[in-house]
Design a protein around this ligand. Structure first.
Ligand code: KG4
Ligand code: ZN
Length: 341
């Protein structure tokens, strides 16, 4: 019997069908991702029903490929992990049902993983020395959370968005300036040609709350700016607008993170989630942390957006702590961070 713990992980919470085999929570033996982006682009965003159907169509192939790439069979696997929430319920259900069937048939333990715990755990892949306690900023299409990772698989939430997630704001602003879906990478690209100080947008802060975020105000400010320009027959430079919007988002994310780290005497910071692939955010957070004497970890872009490797890494720590899911594991679209099913 191998002295390693090899986990087969499955992720299907949104528009990526993914499977990976992860060794000892650090080594990625395979990482297979089938992205549905092209299909959803036609509709300008993710269509939940279509996402579920596509997951069903692709999931067996993706899992098979992940096992093959890792040179493993189900016999060699020590546990099966799956994202059980939060996310689109129909999409989650495909992964959960599949993981249950595989684990049951192969007589392996089953581990349900929280999607955000997966995102933050992506940092351990390339920063194997990172360990709790540290401060985590998770910015994705569905979530914006500032948390203290108190211990493996244990979290204290300091702040979160009170309305849109950061990625959602990127996607909506991109649509408004005609860049299409998904907006984040497109804004990132076009903003490189623009002046971030061209337009001043409001900061995405929440009055009376130290660490919460609000991104719907800044999104509305961008829409108002565009409407006003149209009424006045003024031309808008999309690159300046993208760069200015991006700066407003990056500034507030950096400010909150550094302030929280100082207030809680934490020196290690980790960023995660699709928006942490953003080049301006990576550069801005790098500088803000350096200036404040903080160490920053960020995953490579491939581990920032949805993937199953991060789920396998999170599952390893759950496994080590003795967490196992029952055969009644269900998809929970609004699963709370730190809740173990
Ligand atoms: O983590 P993720 O793949 O899925 C969720 O868990 O939501 O994040 C997807 C989000 C989308 O909103 C996408 O526009 C955004 O991440 N994103 C980016 C970049 N790459 C992806 N946002 C800004 N800049 C990027 N380079
Ligand atoms: Zn995600």
């Amino acid at each position: 019997m191998s002295e390693h713990i090899d986990i087969l992980a499955i992720e299907s919470s949104c528009d990526e069908t993914a499977a990976a085999v992860v060794r000892d929570g650090r080594e990625i033996l395979s990482n297979e991702i089938y992205t549905q982006i092209a299909m959803h682009t036609v509709y300008g965003g993710v269509v939940p029903e279509l996402a579920s159907r596509k997951h069903i169509e692709k999931i067996n192939f993706v899992i098979q490929k992940a096992l093959e790439d890792a040179g493993k069979t189900l016999e060699d696997i020590d546990a099966v992990a799956v994202t059980c929430g939060p996310g689109l319920v129909g999409a989650l259900l495909v992964g959960v049902a599949e993981a249950k069937a595989i684990a049951w048939a192969a007589k392996k333990p089953l581990i349900g993983v929280h999607h955000i715990e997966g995102h933050i755990s992506a940092n351990y892949i390339e920063h194997p020395d990172l360990k709790p306690p540290y401060l985590g900023l998770i910015v994705s299409g569905g979530h914006t959370h500032l948390v203290i990772v108190k211990d493996w698989a244990e979290f204290e939430i300091l702040g979160r968005t009170v309305d849109d997630a950061a990625g959602e704001a990127f996607d909506k602003v991109a649509r408004a300036i005609g860049l299409g879906y998904p907006g984040g990478p497109k804004i990132d690209k076009i903003a490189k040609e623009g002046n971030p100080d061209a337009i001043t947008f409001p900061k995405a802060k929440v009055n009376g709350s130290e660490y919460d975020f609000s991104f719907s105000g800044i999104k509305s400010a961008v829409l108002n700016y565009l409407n006003h320009a149209e009424m006045m027959h003024e031309t808008v430079n999309p690159a300046d607008l993208a760069a200015s919007f991006q700066k407003a988002v990056v500034d507030v994310l950096c400010e909150h993170t550094v302030r929280a780290a100082k207030a809680h005497n934490i020196t290690n910071v980790a960023m995660a989630g699709g928006v942490s692939a953003n080049s301006a955010l990576r550069a801005g957070m790098e500088k803000a942390c350096k200036d404040a004497g903080l160490n920053l970890s960020v995953p490579s872009p491939i581990y920032c957006t949805d993937n199953a490797a991060m789920i396998g890494v999170a599952a390893f720590h759950e496994f080590e702590k003795g967490y196992r899911s029952g055969w009644d594991l269900n998809a929970v679209p609004n699963l709370k961070l730190g809740e173990h099913l």
